[in-house]
Design a protein around this ligand. Sequence first.
Ligand SMILES: Nc1ncnc2c1ncn2[C@@H]1O[C@H](COP(=O)(O)OP(=O)(O)OP(=O)(O)O)[C@@H](O)[C@H]1O
Ligand SMILES: [Mg+2]
Length: 315
Amino acid sequence: MRRLFNKIFKEETKLLAPSLPSNLSYSDFNFMTKRGFLGKKLSQYLGLHKEEGDSLFYLSFSKRSFTNPEKEKRNELILYLSERMLKWSEQKLDVPYQIKRLDVRPDIQNAMLKAYDIYKNDLFSIPHLAEKQRLTGSFNDEKWEVYRDVIFAATQEKFLLITKEEVNKHKEGIVLCEGTIKERSDIPICRNLAKERLEAEGFSHSTIMSWLLVLSEAITNTIKHAEEGKMTIIKDEKNHEIRFIIEDKGPGFDLKDLPKKTLLAGYSTKKSLGQGFTLMMKMAKRVLLFTSSKGSIIILLFDIRKEHKDKLSNG
Ligand SMILES: Nc1ncnc2c1ncn2[C@@H]1O[C@H](COP(=O)(O)OP(=O)(O)OP(=O)(O)O)[C@@H](O)[C@H]1O
Ligand SMILES: [Mg+2]
């Protein structure tokens, strides 16, 4: 919580303080801060301007409660939804389930689901859950190894969980290009950058197109389910591989949800098709995943020997 407060106040001190309702207790103030922060995040995920998010944050301090706002008052509506999320959590209700039951636009639902996923420990921390997570520990080594081996075998060696050290090994090679993934508009920017560099390397059009399709899925996941991503394309001639590395600072994957999220076609925690991983697995030679509560790194491997053979047989 302290981290969250510091983060907010560092950013906000330059803005004017709002006029607060009288007789606010610490817990009222705490609640308004969380609600404002959540509202600001929702506005960011909905693609609204930063200024709008800032004014939303301040609006949160003007009232104790935002009940039944009119549909056209967008900022009040966002704060009302943020308030509902915090209340559900206080009442120990299943927040994602409640979000999915709401009669609001799917993009708003997805923004709410994403905010819950990313801030569930900071904003919605439920003591027994935190304790349970600590005990079952997503990164209990022995358990992690069992998951890794079973998933690897079940996917015919296509999907492999890796450690941070193993990620670094996969970063060795020539960096063809790098791009940041922060907003939806970065998806086509990264895709075009990758396309240009891969064309310059002389890969065939059809190969590049199929690689870009998979890359788009991974980048889109960063926007939909995480925050602050980065794409790096590595050419590793020694191992005859092209590797797409997509890193993010999102919520990561809980070990127990990992098989469903990555291997079950049609499974999505958002209002979506749940086909991204299925496609990545189908098209890439191998998919590697490093995940922690601070973020994930997905590495898509493609064989370039095959590409050269194709080129020879075509030519
Ligand atoms: N970078 C990520 N960080 C955290 N969770 C993720 C990330 N990428 C995917 N997920 C989780 O894995 C689930 C499955 O991802 P997948 O790409 O297969 O489906 P989707 O993104 O929900 O739907 P689609 O890709 O068909 O639009 C997601 O619903 C989400 O819960
Ligand atoms: Mg996806």
